[in-house]
Design a protein around this ligand. Structure first.
Ligand code: KG4
Ligand code: ZN
Length: 355
């Protein structure tokens, strides 16, 4: 039996959890900062860091108390060390280091987005390889999980501009629905007709996403510009429904293409946007048609949490992937950096071939 404490502070949720053997969640505490950032319609990094620093010790204590576990019963501390807001990550990483050092525990660094990829395993048995769409306020990307050791989660494609959740948040800001916008857009969309407003589809090919064109089209429709000139502005509910369908269709078409390319029949969706009912319905329809297995974590593990950090941390600890106390957070993902390194290498090979 291996018990891990997980710590998460990469964006605007301060979270701590205790997970046994990477699967059994003993406790999962999340303190959201949504109300703190709502007046600014987005996350203010400095406010986020300060709130994490104020709340983290109490979250750790609460997670341990709820699990009925004392620090000396733990086998390690896993922390989200990348990607995210640097100052926010720093709070969690410093807290994890201090806790690990004080209790003589191994420290395990975890990639936050890879932890989202892992999150379905907290509730279902899902054997790698599988393709996972991670769609949240900060990330929209496709991954192939071949396993959970170092370098076993490959980035297949990502967004060229906004993240899907960010697109929902921006539409919500235009419609003055408050922040975070995804749930509010979904509520409004439930009473709207998606066919009543024409929105463009992205021309990007392959496994790339783009939502900025959609956002501009929504703004033009509201302001009666471009091809919407002269017409009445759309009903907000219709615009929300059309927008939500367009986002879901783009996400699911790329998820389908990624699974086909990777040759897998198991897919998952994770991240805050996986809570979206239109996305869930479109993914279910896809998997029913293809005969694929679909895994979607429950809402509490879709949005940012520390159980997924401790979950993936268990596999890294088991593989001997511990971090030194000099561990430093990074705003970027290694997978993304790896993609850059691979592209650079390919370019170098290409240049060498030139006469
Ligand atoms: O994973 P998450 O909690 O935090 C990040 O890492 O970003 O995701 C939050 C994002 C927000 O942009 C929010 O608007 C979006 O997920 N979201 C939704 C829904 N619930 C949350 N988007 C669409 N429909 C929803 N029901
Ligand atoms: Zn996240």
């Amino acid at each position: 039996m291996t018990l891990l404490l997980g710590i998460e502070s990469s964006c605007d949720e301060t979270a701590a959890a205790v997970v046994r053997d990477g699967r059994e969640v003993k406790s999962s505490r999340v303190a959201s900062q949504h109300e703190l950032h709502a007046p600014w319609r987005g996350v203010v990094p400095e406010l986020a860091s300060r709130a994490h620093a104020e709340r983290l010790p109490a979250m750790i204590e609460a997670a341990l108390a709820e699990a009925g576990v004392s620090p000396d019963e733990l086998d390690g501390v896993a922390v989200a060390a990348r990607p995210g807001l640097l100052g926010a990550l720093l709070v969690g990483v410093c807290g994890a280091k201090a806790f690990a050092w004080a209790h003589g525990l191994p420290l395990v660094d975890v990639d936050h987005v890879e932890a989202h990829v892992y999150s379905p395993l907290l509730v279902v048995k899902l054997e790698p390889p599988y393709v996972c769409l991670v769609a949240s306020g900060g990330h929209t990307a496709l991954y192939l999980a071949r396993g959970f050791g170092e370098g076993e989660i490959d980035l297949l494609g990502t967004t060229r501009d906004d993240a899907a959740g960010e697109a929902f948040d921006k539409l919500a800001a235009m419609l003055e629905l408050g922040f975070p916008g995804g749930p509010a857009v979904q509520r409004l969309a439930s009473g709207g007709d998606p066919d009543a407003v024409e929105l463009p589809t992205t021309r990007l090919e392959g496994l790339q996403f783009s939502f900025s064109g959609l956002k501009t089209a929504a703004r033009y429709a509201l302001e009666g510009r471009g091809k919407h000139a002269g017409g009445p502005p759309p009903a907000p509910a219709d615009l929300a429904a059309a927008f939500q369908r367009a986002v879901a269709e783009q996400l699911v078409s790329r998820l389908a293409a990624a699974a086909e390319q990777a040759g897998v029949s198991r897919v998952a969706i994770a991240g805050g946007v996986a809570a979206n009912s239109a996305l869930r319905a479109a993914s279910e329809a896809l998997c029913a048609t293809k005969g694929w297995r679909l895994a979607v974590p429950p809402l509490c593990y879709c949005t940012d949490n520390a159980a997924m950090i401790a979950g993936l941390g268990f596999h890294r600890l088991r593989a001997g992937l511990t971090a030194p106390l000099e561990l430093e957070p990074s705003p970027r993902s290694e997978a993304r950096e790896l993609g850059r390194v691979l592209r650079q290498r390919a370019q170098q090979r290409h240049h060498r071939k030139q006469p």
